[in-house]
Write a protein that binds this ligand. Structure first.
Ligand code: TYM
Length: 331
C-alpha cells in the first residue's frame, strides 16, 4: 500500500487555503482506502513561530479538532501530534548531519526573511531562530521516517518535499538504499488558493478566511474579497475569478454549472459573494458544530492523538533502527 503523509503547523487558524490545498485532498485519499494515511500536527514546526504557551497549546488542539470535525476517521488514518513521536527528532538530527548548510540557505522560508532583512538594512539574520533555519530538515524527517510515497500539499511546500528527496538521496548514496524518495502531490487548480487581497492565502499575510468563523464573520470576510471594477450587469470570466474558484470547492457540480452561467450572463460581485457565502456556510455548518463540540472535550482529542502516536511510533521504530545500524550506531 502507498503511504500518504501530510502535516499542518499550528501557527494560526486553519483557513480555506489549508483546507482546499491539503486537508480536502488528503481526506479524499484516506476515504478511498487503498493507501495508508499518516496525517499529523506539526507542532514543533509551529514552535519556530509561536512562543506563547497558551496559544501554542490551543492552536495544536485546534488543528486536531479541525481535521476530526472535517471527517478524519482515526480508524483509517494514523493521526498524531509530531511531538509525541520522538523518533522523528532523532532522525532529524541524523539527517541534519548529512545536510549542507548551503541547502538550507536556499530554502525559501528562511531566504525570504533573510532578503527582507537585507532590504530593511537590518542584520540579515534578525528574527531567524535555528528552528526556522533547519525547518526543512525536520520536515524531511517527518516524511522519510515513514517511507512516504505521496505528500499532498499546496504549492508553497513543493520545495520542502524536494529538499526531503535530496536529503534522502544523500543518505542513500553514503549508506546504501534506505529511504524511499517521496513525491509531492499538488493539484494545479488548487495549488495556490488566493486570499482576500489576491495574494496567496497565508497566515503570515493576514489575508485568510478561517474555516470555522461565525456565519457573520464569514460573510464579512467574503465581502472583503478583492474584485475588479467590471460593472454589475456585464459578463464575467468565471475562470479568472477568485470567488468562482472558492465556490467550486464547496458546491455540487450542477450548482457550479449554474453559477458559471450566471457569470456569463452577468452577475454583480455583491451577488456572487452572497452566493459564495451561502454555499460555504452550508458546507461548513455541520463541521463547525462538530469542531466546537470537540474543542470542549480536549480529552477526547488527546485519546485519539495518543493512539495515533502509538501506531506511528510502532511504524517508525524498525526504520530508525535500520538507519542507526547503517550509520554505525550498532555493530
Ligand atoms: P502549513 O501549516 O503552512 O500549511 C498546511 C498545508 O496547507 C497548504 N496551504 C495552501 N494550499 C493552497 N493554497 C494556499 N493559499 C495555502 N496555504 C497553505 C500548505 O501548502 C500545506 O500543505 N511545512 C508545512 C507543515 C509540514 C508538513 C510536513 C507538510 C511539516 N511537516 C510534512 C507535509 C509533510 C507547513 O508549514 O504547512
Amino acid at each position: 500500500k502507498e503511504i500518504v503523509l501530510t502535516g499542518i503547523k499550528p501557527t494560526g487558524k486553519v483557513h480555506l487555503g489549508n483546507y482546499i490545498g491539503a486537508i480536502k485532498p488528503a481526506l479524499q485519499l484516506a476515504g478511498a482506502g487503498d493507501c495508508t494515511s499518516l496525517y499529523f500536527i506539526a507542532d514543533y514546526h509551529g514552535l519556530t513561530f509561536i512562543q506563547d504557551r497558551e496559544e501554542f497549546n490551543h492552536l495544536s488542539y485546534s488543528i486536531a479538532g479541525t481535521w476530526l470535525a472535517l471527517g478524519l476517521d482515526p480508524d483509517r488514518v494514523i493521526f498524531y501530534r509530531q511531538s509525541d513521536v520522538p523518533e522523528i527528532f532523532e532522525l532529524s538530527w541524523i539527517l541534519a548531519c548529512l545536510t549542507s548548510k548551503g541547502l538550507m540557505n536556499r530554502a525559501h522560508a528562511y531566504k525570504a526573511i533573510h532578503e527582507q532583512n537585507i532590504q530593511l538594512g537590518v542584520d540579515a539574520d534578525t528574527g531567524v531562530n535555528m528552528g526556522l533555519f533547519t525547518y526543512p530538515v525536520l520536515m524531511a524527517a517527518d516524511i522519510l521516517l515513514f517511507q512516504s510515497d505521496k505528500v499532498p500539499v499546496g504549492k508553497d511546500q513543493i520545495q520542502h518535499v524536494e529538499i526531503a528527496r535530496d536529503i534522502a538521496e544523500g543518505f542513500n548514496r553514503i549508506y546504501g538504499d534506505t529511504f524511499k524518495l517521496p513525491d509531492y502531490m499538488v493539484d494545479e487548480s488548487t495549488a495556490v488558493i488566493p486570499g482576500l487581497d489576491g495574494r496567496k492565502m497565508s497566515k503570515s499575510y493576514n489575508n485568510t478566511i478561517p474555516l470555522f468563523e461565525t456565519p457573520e464573520n464569514l460573510k464579512k470576510l467574503i465581502s472583503k474579497i478583492k474584485t475588479d471594477s467590471t460593472p454589475p450587469q456585464e459578463p464575467k470570466d468565471p475562470d479568472t475569478s477568485n470567488i468562482f474558484l472558492l465556490y467550486k470547492e464547496f458546491a455540487a457540480p450542477a450548482q457550479v454549472q449554474d453559477f458559471r452561467n450566471q457569470y456569463l450572463s452577468g452577475i454583480s460581485w455583491g451577488e456572487a459573494k452572497q452566493e459564495l457565502f451561502q454555499v460555504i456556510n452550508a458546507a461548513l455548518e455541520e463541521p463547525r458544530k462538530k469542531y466546537h463540540e470537540l474543542m470542549a472535550e480536549p480529552e477526547q482529542i488527546d485519546a485519539i492523538l495518543c493512539e495515533g502516536a502509538r501506531k506511528a511510533r510502532a511504524l517508525a521504530a524498525p526504520l530508525l533502527a535500520q538507519v542507526k545500524s547503517r550509520i554505525g550506531r550498532y555493530k
